[in-house]
Write a protein that binds this ligand. Structure first.
Ligand code: NCD
Length: 338
């Protein structure tokens, strides 16, 4: 694909070469993300960050990625803080905000809303999550993490086993990740959810058409027994008709050190898009795994910075100029590896 000026709305727009290119550029962002070097390549550029649903890491890492490339970030957080609370349409908001920005990242509770916004925008729009539909940049960073974690396990993106656990019906990260996996060969996918929260049939079909072996059940222990990656997710309570409805599923699948040690192979990698719900009634990923070397959740969030930097560099056509506008950092900060 031609990245310059493109909207990033769905992972379906990527071909395998595009993924390879994004990852290649992401690999080169390490010194900047680790604060060993500073680049001003996006000096003068403005990111309009428009987050109309709760977010910590997606919003902040989009912002930090843009800052690390030398650009400036303008934030709108929550519908109540925007003129949408006064009835302004997506169309008008897009026309206005795109006059103030060079690229826009947007999260919105409704499926398809970011695409509608992008159609009216005069600058590229990146989907930071539209309802239960898609979360393309999360899937890219998840895939990038899987690739890195598999290195040294004798596995690759074309030959590995993954179990996805939790609310697979409403989870946009797993929707995007499954679609992205269709670009690769020979993936064994175990889908673990209550039947009512199963992965949409259309996505399961896509995985099968891509030649992947897919199983679906509601047994956590057996599903994690022979996989390279365990990808746990939160019950997406904000997508349920009522809190009572959501509460029926909270705490249904709990992974802790004991269950992991007893059932999973020792070097199985544990991932989660975060936030994990650490309230006692939910606790899908126990804090007793925090020091476990298999826990990759904070390596995921660090990788998010690299992948989002790569995407911005590609969309704004500066991926080959990053080093040219760089110098060594002049300050010292203590940064321990995760
Ligand atoms: C996810 C999301 O917003 O879809 N979070 C994220 O962006 N990392 C997952 C979730 O909220 O459960």
């Amino acid at each position: 694909m031609d990245f310059i000026g493109a909207n990033i709305l769905s992972v379906s727009q990527f071909e395998r070469v595009d993924i390879d290119r994004i990852f290649e550029v992401a690999d080169a962002m390490g010194p900047y993300a680790r604060r060993e070097k500073v680049t001003r390549v996006l000096e003068g550029a403005i990111l309009g960050n428009m987050f109309l649903e709760p977010s910590t890491r997606t919003r902040l890492s989009f912002g930090a990625a843009f800052n690390l490339l030398g650009g400036t970030v303008r934030e709108t957080v929550g519908i109540s803080a925007s003129a949408m609370a006064k009835g302004e349409s997506l169309y008008d908001t897009a026309r206005v905000l795109s006059g103030y920005s060079d690229v826009i990242c947007m999260r919105h509770p409704q499926e398809g809303s970011v695409a509608e916004f992008a159609a009216a925008s005069r600058v590229p729009v990146v989907n930071g999550g539209d309802g239960a539909n898609e979360h393309p940049t999360q899937a890219l960073l998840d895939l990038y993490t899987i690739r890195k974690e598999l290195e040294g396990h004798g596995r690759s993106l074309d030959d590995f086993r993954i179990a996805m656990i939790g609310d697979l019906k409403h989870g946009r990260t797993v929707h995007s990740l499954c679609k992205l996996l269709c670009l690769f060969g020979k993936v064994q996918v175990a889908l673990v959810s209550p039947p009512e929260l199963a992965m949409p049939e259309e996505i399961v079909e896509r995985l099968r058409k891509a030649g992947h072996q897919v199983t679906a059940n509601d047994q956590l222990e057996s599903a994690i027994a022979h996989v390279d990656i365990v990808y746990s997710t939160r019950i997406q309570e904000e997508r349920f008709a009522s809190q009572e409805d959501a509460d029926r599923y909270r705490g249904r699948f709990r992974l802790n050190r004991d269950i992991f040690t007893r059932h999973a192979e020792p070097n199985t990698v544990i991932m989660h898009p975060l936030p994990r719900d650490s309230r006692a009634e939910a606790n899908e990923l126990d804090i007793d795994l925090n020091e476990h070397p298999s826990l990759a959740i904070f390596r995921q969030t660090d990788n998010g910075l690299l992948v989002r930097m790569a995407l911005f560099a590609l969309l704004l056509g500066v991926e080959d100029k990053v080093d040219h506008y760089s110098h060594a950092v002049r300050w010292h900060s203590r940064r321990n590896p995760v």
